[in-house]
Design a protein around this ligand. Structure first.
Ligand code: ATP
Length: 257
């Protein structure tokens, strides 16, 4: 199956009003977030999408590495959101990935708080949002998404957390083009919803596999365990410790196992 990508192929009849109205496609980059950030610093159009076949220095949260071997998707979106919707971007991104994978493949997906998309409990997508906020104003937010589409077992074996790809789950190679187009469409719809005062919280919460589970939270030097009880509308997680206290955990600075 030919699985070539190009800006023209992605844009052909895409019909979105913000996300993906401008597409920059590269075969290899250091990190799509890095390129998108330079675009944002130049004030380029909101909804600009940077896509690459390969990242040589893909990054995850907390200075972790994100692997993008051949056949996968790495893309970043430039946004200039109002500060009130900044917390909803994680929800929007993970939901859009879930929608597009489910539509194209008919696989079921789950979301691991705050931002991993899983299939059968294994990570198929990582999301990294990097924003520049000054004086309560968002100068830009870069929404980076990596999806394992056609990666085989060998390339994912180096990953520490349980990982999978759409190929490994279905036994079939899938069209990255279809998944990207579905993703941009879904993100465009959800971005309109949150920008116009609507909420994506309930659907995001209902898809979380984390609630009710025992979790181990690592925040800097501090580590604690408890039961993930609830999520708040701002996306934070409430964890009940064995001593009965309820701890609020923000998405940005913690790792969850
Ligand atoms: P986690 O719960 O996996 O630690 P996280 O949100 O803290 O998630 P991310 O920023 O989403 O981390 O991703 C970085 C982590 O993802 C890396 O530490 C690595 O274990 C894992 N990883 C790296 N590349 C891939 C990949 N292609 N597929 C699945 N997992 C990956």
């Amino acid at each position: 199956m030919s699985d070539m990508l190009s800006a023209e192929l992605i844009l052909d009849g895409l019909d979105t009003s913000i996300i993906g109205t401008r597409i920059l496609y590269y075969s290899t980059v250091t990190s799509t977030n890095e390129i998108a950030m330079m675009e944002a610093e130049r004030g380029e159009q909101q909804g600009t999408v940077v896509i690459a076949d390969e990242q040589t220095a893909g990054r995850g949260r907390l200075k972790r590495t994100w692997l993008t071997p051949e056949g996968n998707i790495a893309l970043s979106v430039v946004l200039y959101p109002e500060i009130r919707i900044l917390q909803s971007l994680i929800m929007m991104a993970s939901l859009a990935v879930s929608h597009s994978i489910e539509t194209v493949t008919s696989l079921e997906t789950q979301i691991k708080w705050p931002n991993d998309v899983l299939i059968n409990g294994r990570k198929v997508c990582g999301i990294l949002i990097e924003s520049d906020v000054r004086n309560e104003k968002v100068h830009y937010a870069i929404l980076g998404i990596g999806i394992n589409v056609n990666a085989g077992k060998n390339v994912l074996s180096g990953v520490q957390t349980p990982a999978t790809s759409i190929y490994l789950e279905t036994g079939k190679e899938m069209s990255r083009l279809q998944i990207i187009r579905g993703l941009l469409k879904s993100m465009d719809n959800l971005y309109h919803t949150i920008s116009s005062g609507g909420s994506v919280f309930n659907e995001w919460r209902d898809r979380l596999v984390t609630l009710g589970k025992e979790v181990r939270v690592t925040s800097g030097e501090e580590i604690f365990e408890g039961i993930a009880e609830l999520v708040d509308t701002d996306g934070s997680l409430l964890v009940r410790s064995p001593d009965g206290s309820l701890n609020r955990v923000l998405a940005g600075d913690v790792s969850l196992r």
